[in-house]
Design a protein around this ligand. Structure first.
Ligand code: PGA
Ligand code: ZN
Length: 391
């Protein structure tokens, strides 16, 4: 396939911030952007979004792209001239155009060997109550995300997560005696302390079990690099400073006390050893996940594996840009028994590519809330795939 019509323009994401939309042979893709970003993430743009837009609009790429692996030609052509957000949007739109030209779905192109009758769908991991960097209320929990997940049936899981979200809102409203606002990624805002929110999550779990007879698991994104200052974890709600040893003990204690199923970035992004200690301490009872720690970067994932730091990994395609790299990261993670979580970003667009990536490459989870058109686009894409397969 020749790339005949390639263009780009600036659009606004769900937070009203500038991002890039790329069009290739009439197929569109756009990139999300993070706020709680890891230090080792690739730069989103080479010299700002406008520079990258101009580069794409002036591209004269003449080689054919006929399969996923041919993205290498494109990556050589754009090498060091665009940022990771632009690379992701460009590659995703090229692949969508290629799939269309071959009469295939994107997931089929991404994994020609997939058995669509048997391939599992990812479980939807949804941020329900938010704190940390995404809060705009002064008093908020230090932990960034209080998450839930149920089963791996996209249609049912969407309904359960939506239900749980509404129920969480009711619980908070009753306890706080006020209207509950949403944060910048549609999670519910609260002024409660960290553990109080975990109690709310426990109540939520029980309510959903009693009313719907379904089990939901509770997860946590600590995003601890955001409050790791001068060698201490500086909590504000309630106020306390923890050393890394104390932080490991504290998180392990919370995991036990609240039966937490998943914990992301419990330690600072440099502390592979701290993650390893926590993993050892929790004996595989909980998914100890890296996000800022690993930043979808193959070299960092190799270190994490070597040091036995994690048993789960967040994959955010725009943290690295190259889909060839994303595939390598997932393959390496799976080969080493890590659970794979493909994730949205806090600033999102309606692009649904990560739905296809998650299904095609066998992710165990897709991390995205079920509230708002930008997040639902990913969930609804999975439901579309599910329905098209008659499952
Ligand atoms: P983001 O981070 O704001 O960079 O998307 C969310 C997360 O930490 O998972
Ligand atoms: Zn995170």
């Amino acid at each position: 396939m020749k790339l005949k019509e390639v263009s780009a323009r600036v659009i606004k994401d769900s937070r009203g911030e500038k991002t890039i939309l790329v069009s290739v042979n009439g197929c569109l893709s756009s990139s999300p952007s993070g706020k709680s970003t890891g230090k080792y993430e690739a730069k989103p743009y080479r010299h700002g979004v406008e520079h990258d837009v101009a580069f794409i609009n002036n591209m004269r790429f003449s080689r054919e792209i006929n399969k996923f692996e041919d993205l290498e030609f494109l990556e050589n052509y754009v090498a060091k001239q665009i940022g990771a957000n632009t690379m992701f949007a460009l590659e995703a739109s090229v692949l969508k155009a290629l799939a269309k030209s071959q009469g295939k779905e994107l997931w089929q192109l991404l994994n020609p060997a997939i058995n669509p009758k048997k391939a599992k769908f990812p479980r939807i991991l949804s941020n329900t109550i938010g704190g940390g960097a995404h809060s705009n209320n002064i008093r908020h929990p230090d932990f960034q995300e209080f998450l839930i997940t149920s089963n791996n049936n996209p249609t049912k899981s969407k309904e359960i997560n939506e239900n749980a979200y509404c129920q969480a809102k009711t619980i908070l409203k009753n306890l706080e005696q006020k209207e509950i606002e949403k944060n910048d990624e549609n999670a519910l805002q609260t002024s409660f302390e960290n553990e109080k929110v975990l109690e709310v999550m426990k109540d939520l779990q029980e309510d959903i079990h009693d009313e719907k007879s379904v089990h939901i698991d509770i997860g946590l994104d600590v995003a601890s690099s955001q409050f790791f200052i001068n060698g201490k974890y500086g909590y504000k709600n309630p106020k306390k400073n923890l050393t890394r040893e104390q932080q490991i003990d504290y998180i392990a204690e919370l995991i036990k006390k609240y039966n937490i199923f998943y914990v992301e970035d419990a330690l600072d992004e440099e502390d592979f050893e701290g993650f390893a200690e926590l993993l050892k301490k929790t004996k595989g009872e909980c998914l100890i996940c890296g996000d800022d720690l690993t930043t979808t970067n193959l070299e960092r994932v190799k270190i994490a594996i070597k040091k036995k730091a994690i048993n789960a990994i967040i994959v955010k395609p725009n943290q690295i840009g190259s889909l060839l790299e994303v595939k390598k990261v997932i393959e390496l993670a799976k080969k080493n028994g890590l659970f794979v979580i493909i994730s949205h970003r806090s600033g999102e667009t309606i692009d649904n590519t990560i739905g296809d990536l998650a299904f095609a490459w066998g992710a165990d989870f897709i991390k995205t809330p079920v509230i708002g058109v930008e997040r639902l686009a990913k969930v609804d894409r999975l439901i579309e795939i599910e329905k098209s397969l008659g499952r």
